[in-house]
Write a protein that binds this ligand. Structure first.
Ligand SMILES: [Zn+2]
Length: 207
């Protein structure tokens, strides 16, 4: 009766196959949209859960891949193109140089045991904080559970830069930017970099 609903997802999806073909198919169907930037309310509150796994969602995902490519990003959350829904896409390499392409709806970051956490303090940037970057320590391994575009449960794991990406994109959908994790001083510095730079892609002007 409830067996299917209660089924746990233990296996990780393989998001490394046919990356080029899959990514290209998405963005060929989609249209690039301008990117929202820090200050836009859609980026600063939790997005709504995806409940309809329909053609509208598929079209949104296509636009997200097109927008991600146009802005040369490695991950993109729906609120970065102004849509208040919990879905992110990614096209990102891990520390072994393996490319990962995929979509996660309603992502939840799994808590990892503290003893297995190794912090990596590489630079981080965000399309919604154009031209800025800062050092930010994050665990170098991450696991996200959620659903695919068809609503089926999935589990995604990442190492290195891809682990950073999974954490960064999940944060977005809960209304949190990476600069919100910086010290006051570092945050100010990042915002100043943004003020002084010119984004190389189209952005949504803040009201
Ligand atoms: Zn971002």
């Amino acid at each position: 009766m409830t067996q299917e609903i209660d089924q746990r997802v233990d296996e990780f999806i393989d998001d490394t196959q046919d990356c080029e073909e899959r990514e290209q198919a998405y963005r060929a169907r989609g249209t690039a949209r301008p990117i929202t930037v820090v200050g836009n309310p859609v980026l600063h509150s939790e997005c709504r859960n995806v409940t309809e796994f329909d053609d509208g969602l598929a079209a949104l995902i296509d636009d997200m891949f097109a927008s991600q490519r146009a802005a040369e990003g490695v991950g993109l959350a729906a609120n970065q193109i102004g849509v208040d829904l919990k879905v992110f896409v990614y096209d990102c390499h891990d520390d072994e140089g393996v490319r990962h392409v995929g979509v996660v709806c309603n992502p939840v970051l799994e808590e990892l045991p503290a003893e297995s956490r190794v912090l990596d303090d590489n630079n981080e940037g965000c399309l919604s904080v154009p031209t800025a970057y800062a050092e930010l320590a994050r665990p170098d391994y991450a696991v996200v559970t959620g659903q695919n575009a068809a609503g089926e449960p999935i589990r995604v794991q990442g190492t290195g830069y891809f682990a950073r990406c999974l954490q960064h994109e999940t944060d977005h959908l809960y209304g949190r930017l990476y600069i919100d994790r910086l010290s006051k001083r570092e945050r100010k510095k990042a915002l100043k970099m943004m003020e002084e730079g010119t984004p190389r892609y189209e952005t949504v002007p803040n009201a």
